[in-house]
Design a protein around this ligand. Structure first.
Ligand code: SER
Length: 920
């Protein structure tokens, strides 16, 4: 059964119970009714009482997990207290205790459109108690009842338990152990909870409803479960089953309990409030928002709705940011961006004409900071993110609405009612105008939106938008810009140290494909210049690093690192979350595994270079190279070809250095010193006075700026995968190292083993088996040729028997269709027939692979009398869509229409008879 949200009850409209909220009194609203014997209770007192109640009953309190689930990529945001319990329920991990309780922050987007009425929200607190294979239905239900009736003091006759109709055990507990009359226990067929997503633990549940009173009855439904008068407050889930992704259910090895009670709902009950928003969990925020608008909460339903949206979304947004979510265009980032933008629009509707999100967040932080300290710790970041998002959205909104109007007018003029997907995408992509806003504007003005077209345009863009391509054309002409952005400073490259894969740095400047930018946000492609970096910029054949640059407010995925201006490293990428500004402190982190693979390949090229010189002679020079993470390529000069045996020796020599685990050292020294010590320098390359020399023991010394392993053993095996000529005098070696080399070796072994198996041989006897196979094939080919000859001979006899006379000279004609595997077969049989006929005409046709062929042969005596093979063929070919001709004694044709072959043979025969009769 589907994940049924805890909070999606129907709206609780109640004119009778509507009360004036008081603006004063710490946001405490006047009670609409006072159900509890204990009177009004604050939400804080409620949640403390809950935790204390379960701690007294042996429960260990666990902290709320963050809204971004840890180690669970399958869910976007935490939606229930049980989420952190899933590994315990499944027996995958052992729990800190078998009884636990929590006050869990939850975020659900299902009801986002409904937020603003009395009972829907996105962010809420869930009170929950859990049993991991310990107590089950009896204790769980009894404690729920005790907590509600005793601790909360709610009257028993206003509480209604419900059960799944098949769950007799729960019915028994309610009736016999707790003493609720059986007729008050309601069976509801959708009382089933879980799994979250398409698989996981699930089971029947027992939900407890509270009767808010007749004033909440909207006349719908018949009672508990379908009338808003009855509010679901607590859900006891009995985890008994495990659902697999195909929908099958198997019993769990142990049974567990997961309960959840929305604090906002219980507060609504305990505070006699007319809605969730009239509780102390929202009132301080609502009252502040009301002040900003100059309205009074409770006076105008439209304004109330806007104020509630502001309260829910700023509260949720503040908590999301405190848990590390940043606004973006995808996933969690998009959820955050969406609620913030909805809050801003609600603010505008209510008449707020200045930025207000950050101010609302302050109220949220003050109200909840004591219990959720990371709100306080991230106060500054929350403020910055909200301020930025609001500024940027304000611009977007004004721009986008204007552009939509122009678009809408055009559509109206053309009498069109659908906004094309490509236009919606343009608004979204070029102007940052959100899709859902376009849909809303469109709806308001009587249009619909072409959603599939929008999605299609978006996908097309995704494939085309790796950052690199966008800058290719501009980079060369922008050296001045980079120098200016870097304020003339050279980038400090710290990446030679293998440990420095992450470096803190300052963003000196940024550029978009168009020019300098001060700030860039999610979705934008940018170039970043830092004061220092671990990113190696592409040069000397070694590819640039990839990775990410992270600031407090955003993340940039770096796809490419280049050095288009002397000494300045340019990091190219796309902002994937939040935003980034010039001047920000950043953590620049390279993809360390990728870099390690590059280091292996770079040192391996030095070893191969040296080994090539040993084998081919010192006159061999490097002519180019590519050092990538997954492969290396080394081009070298060689006038003559290289023998496979020489290639093997090169690999042996290089691998011997690997096994020796030689230390790789770098020296920064003078050019003259390096050359005096035997360093190989690239021919035609310019070097400064100070050079970097990379040495592998005494084996190899090269001037090189690249990154290398510390010892050759790190390289792992070097496997040369190809050696070939690429240009005159230049040859290329391609090789693999490390795990790629191991994979290649394993692959080759598998290939050999597979072949051996197929040939019923072993690795050792494989060569023998292959040569035996080759001999046998030759023998069989000879046999086939012989048999074909025999077959043709017998066919010839049959065909001769069918020969018909032409003219009166004794000449004869054979015209027929044959089945042969190849065209040569036609000639073979034709030759024999002609020889045996002595005087006559042979016409043969066949179809091979769907293509018709026709052959005509005429004996020399008839040729002398004017019977021409070429003429015969020419008369026939049009019938099989063909072309062809030939000598007077032999002509052939091919065609395209196999179905016309018989007619073509018929026409050829008729032509031959006509010629023979005339002249024979
Ligand atoms: N997991 C159940 C719910 O979310 C009970 O905690 O309703």
């Amino acid at each position: 059964m589907a994940d049924r949200p805890h909070f999606s009850g129907p709206p609780l409209a109640s004119p009778r119970l509507a009360v004036e909220a008081t603006a004063a009194g710490g946001g405490r609203a006047a009670a609409a009714h006072s159900p509890s014997r204990h009177g009004w209770m604050s939400s804080r007192a409620i949640s403390r009482a809950f935790v204390a109640f379960f701690e007294e009953r042996g429960h260990h309190r666990v902290a709320s997990s963050p809204l971004v689930p840890i180690n669970d990529p399958t869910v976007l945001l935490t939606t229930a207290g049980m989420q952190q319990m899933t590994p315990y329920f499944l027996g995958l991990e052992s729990p800190p205790a078998i009884r636990m309780c929590s006050v869990q922050k939850c975020f659900r987007t299902v009801d986002i459109e409904e937020v603003g009425d009395e009972s829907h929200n996105t962010f809420f607190f869930m009170l929950g108690n859990f049993s991991v294979g310990d107590y089950f239905k009896s204790e769980s239900l009894r404690w729920s009842w005790e907590f509600l009736t005793q601790t909360m003091g709610l009257p028993e006759d206003r509480l209604f338990p419900t059960i799944h109709p098949d769950d007799e055990e729960s019915l028994r507990v309610w009736r016999d152990e707790i003493g609720v009359p059986a007729q008050r226990v309601v069976g509801l067929s959708d009382n089933w909870w879980g799994p979250v997503g398409d698989s996981g633990p699930n089971g029947p549940d027992s939900e407890i409803y509270f009767d808010l009173g007749p004033g909440f009855d909207d006349g719908s439904g018949t009672g508990v479960g379908d009338n808003p008068r009855y509010l679901e407050v607590w859900n006891n889930v009995f985890m008994q089953f495990l659902q697999s992704p195909d929908g099958g259910r198997t019993p769990l090895p142990k049974q567990h309990v997961d309960t959840g009670m929305g604090l906002e709902r219980l507060a609504m009950v305990m505070q006699g409030a007319r809605s969730l928003y009239d509780t102390d969990l929202y009132q301080p925020i609502i009252q502040r928002a009301a002040e900003l608008t100059g309205h009074t909460y409770g006076a105008n339903p439209e304004i109330d709705r806007a104020l509630r949206i502001i309260a829910d979304h700023t509260r949720g947004g503040t908590f999301l940011i405190s848990d590390g979510v940043l606004p973006g265009n995808e996933g969690r980032g998009y959820v955050l961006r969406r609620i913030l933008r909805r809050a801003i629009r609600a603010g505008r509707r209510a008449g707020i004409d200045r930025p207000f999100l950050a101010e609302m967040a302050t109220i949220v932080i003050d109200a909840f900071g004591e219990d959720y300290p990371n709100l306080v710790q991230r106060r500054r970041q929350i403020d910055r993110v909200l301020t930025h998002e609001e500024e940027s959205f304000g611009r977007t909104l004004n721009d986008g609405i204007g552009r939509f109007q122009i678009l809408a007018e055009g559509l109206r003029e053309r009498d069109e009612t659908v906004v094309p997907g490509a236009e919606v995408f343009r608004l979204y992509d070029t102007f940052g105008f959100p899709y859902d806003l376009t849909v809303e504007l469109a709806r308001e003005q009587g249009f619909t939106v072409d959603e599939p077209g929008f999605i299609q345009a978006m996908e097309a863009q995704r494939t085309a938008s790796r950052a690199g391509g966008m800058f290719k054309d501009v980079a060369r002409s922008r050296a001045d810009l980079y120098v200016q952005l870097a304020a003339g400073r050279a980038t400090d490259f710290l990446g030679y140290d293998p440990e420095r894969t992450s470096v803190t740095a300052t963003v000196l400047g940024m550029a978009s494909p168009v020019g300098t930018v001060e700030v860039a946000e999610a979705g934008q492609a940018i170039e970043l210049i830092l004061d220092r970096t671990p990113f190696y910029a592409e040069s000397g054949g070694q590819v640039g690093d990839t990775g990410e640059v992270r600031t407090e407010d955003g993340v940039v995925r770096i796809d490419e690192t280049v050095r288009p201006a002397a000494d300045i490293t340019v990091h190219r990428g796309v902002v994937t979350e939040g935003f980034i500004r010039t001047g920000d402190e950043a953590l620049a982190t390279i993809d360390a595994d990728r870099r390690q693979a590059i280091r292996r390949n770079h040192t391996a090229t030095h070893l191969l270079h040296r080994a090539l010189r040993v084998v081919l002679g010192e006159e061999t020079h490097q002519a180019g190279s590519l050092v990538a993470p997954d492969r290396l390529r080394f081009d070298f000069t060689s006038v003559e070809g290289v023998h496979p045996e020489q290639v093997r020796r090169v690999a042996d020599i290089a691998n011997t250095q690997v096994i020796a685990d030689t230390v790789v050292e770098t020296d920064v020294t003078s050019y003259d010193d390096a050359v005096a010590r035997g360093a190989m320098a690239l021919f035609g390359e310019k070097y400064g006075d100070v050079v970097r020399m990379v040495g592998v023991g005494d084996f190899s010394r090269e001037l090189c700026g690249g990154t290398h392993v510390s010892r050759t053993g790190e390289i792992g095996p070097i496997v040369i995968t190809s050696e070939a000529s690429v240009a005159s005098g230049v040859r290329r070696i391609e090789a693999l190292t490390g795990s790629a080399a191991l994979a290649r070796i394993a692959e080759q072994q598998q290939l050999v083993d597979g072949l051996a198996r197929d040939l019923r041989a072993t690795r050792d006897t494989l060569p023998e088996s292959v040569s035996a196979l080759r001999d046998r094939t030759r023998e069989l080919e000879r046999e086939i040729t012989r048999l074909r000859g025999e077959l043709a001979g017998s066919q010839v006899d049959t065909l001769l028997d069918q020969a018909e006379p032409i003219g009166s000279t004794g000449a004869r004609l054979v015209a027929t269709r044959l089945v042969t595997a190849e065209k040569a077969g036609l000639r073979q049989i034709g030759d024999r027939l002609r020889d045996r006929l002595g005087s006559g005409v042979v016409i043969l046709g066949t179809v091979i692979d769907g293509t018709p062929s026709l052959l005509a042969m005429v004996t020399t005596d008839l040729v002398a009398n004017g019977v021409r093979a070429g003429d015969i063929i020419r008369q026939a070919v049009p019938l099989m869509d063909g072309r062809g001709g030939g000598r007077p004694d032999l002509a052939e044709a091919g065609g395209r229409n196999a179905a016309g072959l018989d007619d073509a043979i018929g026409a050829a025969r008729a032509a031959a008879i006509a010629m023979g009769a005339d002249r024979g």
